[in-house]
Design a protein around this ligand. Structure first.
Ligand SMILES: Cc1cc2nc3c(=O)[nH]c(=O)nc-3n(C[C@H](O)[C@H](O)[C@H](O)COP(=O)(O)OP(=O)(O)OC[C@H]3O[C@@H](n4cnc5c(N)ncnc54)[C@H](O)[C@@H]3O)c2cc1C
Length: 358
């Protein structure tokens, strides 16, 4: 019997996180996908947190969402990351003026009966240096014909639909729901990644794929990603997951430090830094401008990288076994160097890695 989680302080969230933590090692297997974990999240009402009460959600505040995500990501980063992409699609639908489309998809998405994801990074952080858009659309009889590909789509092989961004000849862009069973949609098997392979992330290709004008969520308009909410870069969600992962890694250092005094100083220094970063993150989520979103992301990335490597240092050779969480944390921390990373954060991370003080 599961109890729906109605606040980040609920004991049922602790219960869910403990189950996710136990299942996390299974996701290292080839071709794994966290179906059981996502079902558990649906059963515990996690997908309701992010959506307004009027449409069947629980309408959590941004602060509570951040607090919930911090706990989930410390338990299982892969599952939590998939939820962010799933919720990116749901929230885009929820704020869309196309109410018919929202009414068609959200009732199945909220209880986890269907799976949706996003393929939008080519409008923000991916392939932006190329002279031509990689996913184009042409108007045609009450709809649009898509050609090209979306390079990064999490859960592509399990998706019923993808919220995709496309660019017209006149540079206007739109976001649309593309059902994966439409003619001309091609989803190749996903490649192995350095970490989070079980997120089943890969490209989705479109070969003369026709979508009806009714499938549009937003646009056509210039810079469609500046409009609406739910899937922008530079928000707090990426920093939240990095700080959640750092928490798990620091707990590992603390467990070792309880047996070995020489680790105590490192463990307490990392914990102190984590507490300050978490407090700043929660302040930002409450609307207090304690620092910029890019600053917290830069600190979160640095902390996740250092904390995970400290957990490996503390657990020594035993931690270097692929079955040990320390190695997994190290690989997962690298993800934050590339996931939806704004240019200023990339530059700051590079300066730190190159030993250049800003
Ligand atoms: C595991 C994972 C899951 C993801 N899931 C999603 C998802 O579900 N939905 C989504 O929308 N996005 C997703 N993303 C995308 C992510 O948010 C970033 O957009 C992506 O990581 C950016 O990397 P890129 O290789 O596409 O960047 P690019 O900027 O396209 O870089 C690719 C290559 O291009 C070259 N290059 C880059 N810049 C320049 C330049 N200025 N001049 C010349 N050459 C250049 C470099 O050789 C570089 O290696 C995911 C990414 C990962 C890794």
């Amino acid at each position: 019997m599961t109890t729906s989680i109605s606040s980040p302080d609920d004991s049922s969230l602790v219960e869910l996180c403990s189950k996710l933590g136990e299942l996390a090692p299974q996701l290292e297997a080839k071709d794994a996908w966290p179906a059981e974990q996502l079902q558990l999240c649906a059963d515990y009402g996690v997908f309701e947190w992010f959506l307004p009460v009027e449409i069947g959600g629980q309408g959590w505040s941004e602060l509570d969402i951040v607090r919930g995500y911090l706990k989930l990501s410390a338990a299982c980063l892969t599952t939590t990351f998939i939820i962010t992409q799933r919720m990116g699609a749901c929230r885009r639908l929820a704020v869309s003026e196309n109410r018919e489309l929202a009414a068609r998809w959200l009732p199945g998405l909220i209880p986890g009966e269907t799976f949706a994801t996003v393929g939008i990074s080519h409008l923000t952080t991916s392939r932006r240096h190329l002279s031509k858009p990689i996913l184009t659309a042409k108007e045609s009889n009450d709809g649009f014909v898509l050609n090209g590909f979306s390079p990064w789509v999490t859960g592509s092989t399990h998706a019923d639909m993808v919220v995709v961004g496309a660019t017209l000849d006149d540079d206007r862009q739109f976001l649309a729901v593309v059902e994966t069973n439409l003619t001309g949609v091609e989803i190749p098997p996903t490649a192995d990644l350095v970490g989070l392979s079980a997120s089943q992330t890969g490209p989705v290709r479109f070969n003369d794929t026709f979508i009806s004008a009714n499938a549009l969520i937003a646009g056509p308009v210039e810079n469609v990603m500046q409009s609406g909410a739910g899937a922008r870069t530079g928000g707090l969600q990426t920093s939240t997951l990095a700080i959640g992962l750092a928490d798990a890694a620091i707990m590992l250092v603390e467990q070792e430090a309880a047996k070995r005094e020489d680790l105590y100083m490192a463990a307490s220094s990392l914990r102190e830094e984590h507490s300050v970063a978490e407090a700043d993150l929660l302040a930002l989520a409450s609307g207090e401008a304690v620092c910029s979103n890019d600053e917290i992301r830069t600190r979160a990335n640095s902390l996740a990288l250092r904390a995970s490597q400290a957990s490996l240092t503390a657990t020594k050779g035993a931690g270097y076994l692929t079955s040990h969480p320390a190695g997994r944390y190290c690989r997962e921390a690298l993800f934050f160097l590339v996931w939806s990373c704004p240019q200023s954060v990339l530059a700051a991370n590079l300066c730190e890695l190159a030993g250049i003080s800003e």
